[in-house]
Design a protein around this ligand. Structure first.
Ligand SMILES: Nc1nc2c(ncn2[C@@H]2O[C@H](COP(=O)(O)OP(=O)(O)OP(=O)(O)O)[C@@H](O)[C@H]2O)c(=O)[nH]1
Ligand SMILES: [Mg+2]
Length: 669
């Protein structure tokens, strides 16, 4: 249904555009509805605050009317105040600078929690805009035996009410029909529930608008308190009339599960078991597919080498492109598995329990449970994590969360960790349950967490000023994940990873190949020494700085390139080693690294100690241009990203320095 729409064409043919927005309480299924209507794939998950930015899509009806539909962050009332909620409220009230005034508002409400949905819906009706109410999650309401008298609700509010199960596409066609009717001007504004001023809708809006414009501290004015009470009373009355609950209110399955999973002592234990099980699984399930991909890539390299004429182009393809990009693509299975587990955690509702369990611990470091989900999301990638910090009401907490999120080991670090662990950490079991490679990986992730805690405390004490917040957590009901959506997200993560490998990594690899191949002694091309190439010269130039960390010039080159994106470290090593060992036999990158001997010392370039030192550097350094850019955008100043970059660089250097020097002193190699 979505079409490409040309603005000029619109002007000529006078086709109509209607601006519509989807609003509703957090986690009631707005984005699921939005995706079903527009055919897009915005992120859906089972916790409040998934959508933090407005997203828009288009649909078009048979008469040619275009509906521009916006998916907004969830909110409880139009007077809400965290950044994501304010974005939504401003757009609804037509106060947004960037958005056109709305023609229609679709309010989504969770049918199992209708009172809360109606609170917002009644405010929306008072804006005087035509409103459509969608009662989502009717499947759950039905299962719980909740009965809703929809006709009576329509009569009371005087707006169309559409029962729906968005995740199964039920009610979507009816919603489209309602939009079409609206385009024909058959839908009028609804009936305000509370006649504060019994005049026009605009007057009714005034107390509402005033309370939005004023500060929190003033909102306890008697007049506004009265308005809020009147609204609650009116809604209570409606809810009592239209909803009938089942007779017995026995404790639900949900509560029973929560008694275990959020138990004071059992909860943290279960959480630890779940998270470490995920680690071991990501590690072990990916092993086989990684070998397949690696074989395919070396096979492809060989094929090209044998079938192309000797020359520059062949070398560029084999040693540059295939070796470099291939070295990164090997990690695709791990990335996809990681996203699979993260998505399941999110959509089942367990992630919110983790936030709940950690709330107390977070209070001890001066943050609240609200920071947990942004920080946990950062394990996939810091960028959505930093965006998710918009849901944090307290500005101080939000800033601290943004600044420590980059310490969480993101999926771009995983290839570097895995490469080093696979080559230099022996695959042994110990203590009966721990697999040393997976355990090492866990330690790296923990290091990031520990440093972020430490940094949050320092920031909270000395740098970022403000009040510590109180936070009331809402636990969403457990749900069986919708597999269709989970697979879509995993696919999406895989696609982005491959696309990045295609774009950034490919271009860096090509440049690097030139730098590592030239200048070349054309009379004796076979005696090419990579360390005399431009890349070699650059590497040797920085070698003195990184020698105390145990790194040679090749890692040095990788460190430079990886400041564009971390995975580039792997492709860089892939290219450098392929050029160095270009004697016709293709060996895997791991093997090449294991066999590499430093010509000056006669000792191996890589030892387990250098590998650990390098991984520690990657845990701590901020090697990601996009993260810095997003911090700039979210904090509105360059001060924070610049300070963070140097802070992390100093930490990374000191961390690696300590590891390598202490390790050498203690006799580890
Ligand atoms: N049982 C059931 N689950 C649904 C339905 N619609 C959505 N869900 C699930 O509800 C959860 C929340 O859905 P989202 O679409 O992310 O909700 P949202 O309103 O956009 O949430 P925020 O962006 O956080 O405000 C997801 O786990 C969905 O799979 C439905 O009709 N029935
Ligand atoms: Mg959403």
């Amino acid at each position: 249904m979505a079409v490409v729409f040309d603005k000029r064409q619109h002007a000529n043919t006078e086709k109509k555009i209607l601006n519509a927005a989807l609003v509703g309480n957090p986690n009631c299924g707005k984005t699921t509805l939005f995706n079903a209507l527009t055919g897009l794939h915005q992120k859906v998950a089972n916790y409040p605050g998934v959508t933090v930015e407005r997203k828009s899509g288009k649909l078009i009806d048979t008469a040619g009317t275009v509906y521009r539909l916006m998916d907004l962050p969830g909110l409880y009332s139009l007077t809400s105040r965290s950044l994501d909620e304010k974005i939504a409220a401003d757009i609804i009230l037509g106060k947004s600078e960037h958005e056109p005034a709305l023609d229609v508002i679709i309010v989504a409400a969770d049918a199992t929690n209708l009172g809360r949905g109606l609170y917002l819906c009644s405010q929306v009706i008072e804006t005087g805009l035509p409103t459509i109410l969608v009662l989502n999650m009717m499947d759950v309401a039905h299962k719980e035996g909740i009965k809703i008298d929809i006709d009576l609700l329509v009569e009371t509010l005087n707006i169309p009410v559409i029962p729906a199960v968005a995740k199964n596409d039920i009610g979507i066609a009816e919603l489209r029909d309602a939009l079409v009717q609206l385009a024909k001007k058959e839908i009028k504004p609804g009936r305000p529930l509370i006649p504060i001023h019994e005049t026009t809708a605009n007057d009714v809006l005034t107390p509402l608008a005033r309370s939005i414009n004023e500060n929190n501290s003033e909102s306890d004015k008697p007049q506004e308190q009265l308005a809020i009470q009147a609204r609650y009373a009116a809604i209570d009355k409606i809810v009592n009339l239209i909803i009938s609950y089942p007779a017995s209110t026995k404790s639900s399955l949900n509560d029973k599960i929560d008694r275990f999973l959020t138990h004071r002592f059992l909860g943290p234990v279960i959480m630890f078991v779940v998270l470490s099980a995920i680690f071991q699984t990501v590690y072990s399930w990916s092993e086989l597919p990684m070998i397949w991909i690696e074989n395919m890539i070396t096979g492809l390299g060989e094929l090209v080498r044998q079938n192309m004429a000797v020359g520059m182009l062949r070398d560029l393809l084999v040693d540059g492109v295939i070796a470099g990009v291939g070295a990164v693509l090997v990690f695709l299975p791990q990335i996809m598995l990681l996203f699979l587990f993260v998505s399941v955690l999110e959509d089942s509702g367990y992630l919110s329990r983790v936030a709940f369990i950690l709330d107390r611990a977070m209070a001890r470091i001066g943050l609240s449970g609200q920071s947990v989900i942004p920080l946990l999301s950062s394990f996939a990638c810091a960028i959505p994590g930093i965006m998710a910090a918009r849901t944090i009401h307290n500005t101080r907490d939000r800033l601290i969360t943004i600044l420590v999120a980059p310490f969480m080991s993101c999926s771009a670090r995983l290839p570097v960790y895995t490469l080093m662990i696979g080559a230099f950490i022996p695959p042994i079991w110990f203590g009966g349950i721990f697999y040393l490679p997976a355990f090492t990986l866990l330690c790296l992730y923990m290091l990031g967490v520990v440093i972020s805690i430490f940094s949050a405390m320092i920031l909270g004490k000395f740098v970022v000023k403000g009040q510590i917040s109180n936070f009331i957590m809402e636990l969403p009901p457990y749900r069986i994940p919708v597999w269709r959506f989970i697979f879509l997200r995993v696919y999406e993560a895989g696609r982005t990873f491959v696309k990045n490998a295609g774009k950034i990594i490919l271009s860096i690899t090509v440049i690097l190949w030139f730098l590592a191949t030239y200048p070349r002694d054309e009379k004796h091309p076979n005696s090419h020494r990579i360390d005399q190439s431009y890349a070699g010269q650059i590497g040797h130039f920085i070698e003195p700085v990184i020698k105390p960390l145990g790194f040679d010039w090749k890692i040095g080159v990788g460190l430079v390139t990886s400041f564009a994106a971390r995975e580039v470290m792997v492709s860089t090593l892939g290219t450098l080693y392929n050029i160095q060992d270009a004697d016709g036999t293709s060996i895997g990158l791991r093997q090449a690294m294991q066999q590499d001997i430093n010509p000056e010392t006669g000792k191996p370039v890589f030892t387990p100690l250098t590998a650990i030192s390098l991984m520690v550097f990657f845990v701590l350094a901020c090697q990601c241009v996009s993260t810095l850019a997003i911090i700039r955008r979210e904090t509105n100043t360059w001060r924070w990203p610049v300070a963070l970059f140097f802070y992390m660089l100093i930490l990374a250097y000191s961390g690696s320095f300590i590891v390598f020097q202490l390790g050498t002193l203690l006799g580890f190699t």
